[in-house]
Design a protein around this ligand. Structure first.
Ligand SMILES: Nc1ncnc2c1ncn2[C@@H]1O[C@H](COP(=O)(O)OP(=O)(O)OP(=O)(O)O)[C@@H](O)[C@H]1O
Length: 366
């Protein structure tokens, strides 16, 4: 459903992504995981058709994102990190507006909006003005606008950023509920996010892919082992453990209780857990505990990504035309203008009190 091949993008002399190649299968949720500045947003904006790549290709639903950008935009729902919302509209009014500009047929709009409201648990808030909603609810409105035209592909940039733990759970559940009927790619730098939400993870660091796999396989790949507690002769236990194929290291640990000896084992290849238990028992040793120590996704991430840059500024200042932090001063000459979908998106503000300014009420117009 999404095919990315040797995709690269540079901003002036800053290489944001380099030679990215990955695929997302229909109905799958792929997590793009990476530290700040890894190139996640750049990748997503290219996929969403809002930014041209410097080289390489990206196809969404069989359309090339740059050459067929209108066809691609009709087939994707894009939630940028800051959703473009109109605070003075009601939730429902805003969704009618979005449905209309996304080309949902007039006769289908009411049903599509009702479905999006339902899906995002917003039905009770449909007549509330967006500016009165909490951040979590606004994020749901952002998701609702991304799915209102029922796109096969959904692209979500840091969908849980800035939410409180309760809201994070709600949004995660919502995303999981969308999988299957939609193909989803989401970016995050939050590790639990990918293990809880995604089928597969692509880890990007400094613009390059360092690993792609299921969260489980990634954890298994980064080395694993066992902790074992044994009663009996510790020297004999050590010899038996060292003889098990796949056990590469055995480290005695302090005794946990009189007569009980613990060992930490490092293993490789096929899981030797069952062989460890069998050999110990066959040797007449008492096996009190055998537990797997698996690397956490955090270990994987730290192993795979390059360590943070030193906090001191570089001796050479960056070239005048490229600011390494995203600022308006940065060169954007090759960037496609922001979509016409949301003319003059307004930052959400809590201060306005013009409650009567409901920009659009849902109508069965056109
Ligand atoms: N418009 C721009 N002009 C110049 N450099 C940019 C621009 N946008 C991004 N960059 C640079 O490209 C690199 C990748 O940035 P990008 O925003 O894609 O990363 P990210 O993984 O989304 O980071 P974050 O998690 O902080 O949002 C960074 O070095 C960033 O400073």
């Amino acid at each position: 459903m999404i095919e990315v091949e040797r995709l690269s993008k540079s901003y002036g002399s800053t290489v944001a992504i380099q030679d990215l190649t990955f695929q997302v299968e229909p109905g799958e949720i792929l997590g793009l995981l990476g530290p700040n500045g890894a190139g996640k947003t750049t990748t997503m904006r290219i996929l969403a058709g809002y930014l041209p790549a410097s080289s390489g290709t990206a196809r969404v639903a069989d359309y090339e994102v740059h050459a067929d950008s209108m066809a691609v935009r009709q087939r994707i729902g894009y939630l940028p990190e800051t959703p473009p919302l109109y605070p003075e509209m009601t939730v429902e009014g805003f969704l009618f507006f979005v449905a209309r500009i996304k080309g949902v047929a007039a006769g289908d709009r009411a049903a599509r909006i009702a479905a999006a409201l339902e899906r995002c648990n917003l039905t009770n808030q449909r007549r509330v003005m967006i500016r009165k909603l909490s951040k979590g609810f606004r994020q749901r409105v952002g998701l609702a606008q991304a799915i209102v035209h029922d796109p096969p592909v959904i692209i979500l940039d840091e969908p849980t950023a800035g939410l409180d733990p309760r809201q994070i759970i709600d949004v995660r559940n919502l995303i999981k509920g969308l999988a299957g009927q939609h193909t989803i790619i989401l970016s995050t730098h939050i590790l639990p996010e990918v293990s809880m939400t995604c089928d597969r993870v692509t880890i990007i660091d400094r613009g390059e892919i360092v690993a792609t796999d299921t969260p489980q396989n990634l954890m298994a790949r980064t080395g694993h082992g066992y902790a074992v507690e044994i009663g009996g002769d510790p020297q004999r236990a050590l010899e038996v453990l060292q003889s098990v194929p796949g056990v590469t290291q055995v480290e005695p640990r302090p005794m946990t209780a009189p007569g009980r000896h613990t060992f930490q084992l490092v293993t490789e290849g096929d899981d030797p857990g069952s062989a460890i238990a069998t050999r110990l028992v066959q040797a007449g040793l008492d096996l009190f505990e055998l537990g797997r120590n698996q690397a956490s996704l955090e270990d994987v991430f730290i192993n795979l990504t390059v360590q943070e840059q030193p906090l001191l500024p570089p001796e050479e200042p960056p070239a005048a035309d490229v600011d390494p932090v995203n600022t308006a001063a940065q060169p954007e000459s090759t960037e496609i203008p922001e979509p016409i979908e949301f003319p003059e998106p307004t930052e959400l503000s809590e201060s306005t009190d013009s409650e009567d300014l409901i920009a659009e009420e849902p109508t069965a117009d056109e």
